[in-house]
Write a protein that binds this ligand. Structure first.
Ligand code: ADE
Length: 230
């Protein structure tokens, strides 16, 4: 199967590239795409750069140009749910855009006509992730992930996103990737490991834990790849 694995930052895909060993690379529309064979699958791996626009471009490219049949996202997130601590894993059940706002026209936050306020991730991939978590002996929270073009370092904004969308974690790419996959009918799975609490200390915490949390997420994603189709 052709599997896309995507991150937003180089640090989020570095552990994956290290794990697959040999790969080829090609440039397209300002990103580098790495292709490898791993456990009988063809992988295409890339980081998009941060945010909804770049991640939309990369996800679309992975599906349309590289023909990916499933997309897995690996990366880090800020916690909203206080149960989520640094390094903990969360799989998105559904995703929303917390910064999408045409409420002036009577619509709910995160909604535009002909769109969806929430996009649901693939149920089969989530149940596979639960099996992987129990095999690895790691805790995996399932929850709502809110995406926006903001690094949230503010407890007031954090609480607002939590209350408005019932969200458990926030980041900057998941919902846009979900939107692309949903529109193209490609199953997707968004995994994040917590790097910070999206509070006043978020930028320090992010810098301190980006690499270790990205590694946690990547380790899990590799196990997912090993399980797909087996
Ligand atoms: N990704 C990781 N931490 C984040 C935060 N605090 N805000 C937005 N995206 C993040």
């Amino acid at each position: 199967m052709k599997i896309a694995i995507m991150g937003a930052m180089p640090e989020e895909i570095a552990p994956l590239l290290e794990r697959v060993g040999e790969y080829t690379s090609s440039e397209y529309a300002g990103n580098t795409y790495y292709e490898a064979s791993y456990k009988g699958h063809s992988l295409v791996i890339a980081y998009s750069k941060i945010g909804k626009v770049f991640s939309t471009l990369t996800a679309s490219t992975m599906l349309q140009k590289f023909g990916a049949e499933v997309l897995l996202f690996s990366g880090v997130a800020g916690a909203i749910n206080p149960e989520l601590k640094i390094g903990d894993l969360i799989a998105a059940t559904k995703l929303c855009q917390h910064d999408l706002d045409i409420t002036a026209f009577g619509h709910p936050y995160g909604y535009v006509p002909e769109g969806k306020q929430f996009i649901e991730a693939d149920a089969a991939l989530i149940s596979m992730a639960k099996e992987v978590a129990s095999e690895m002996g790691v805790k995996l929270m399932e929850g709502i992930i809110a995406t926006g073009d903001q690094f949230v370092a503010d407890p007031v904004r954090n609480r607002w996103i939590g209350e408005t969308f019932n969200a458990d974690a926030l980041e900057m790419e998941g919902a846009s990737v979900a939107c692309v996959c949903d529109a193209m009918g490609v199953p997707f799975f968004i995994l994040r490991s917590i790097s910070d609490a999206a509070d006043m200390d978020a930028s320090f915490s992010f810098d301190a834990f980006l690499i270790s949390s990205a590694q946690e997420s990547a380790n899990f994603i590799i196990k997912m790849v090993e399980k797909i189709g087996h």
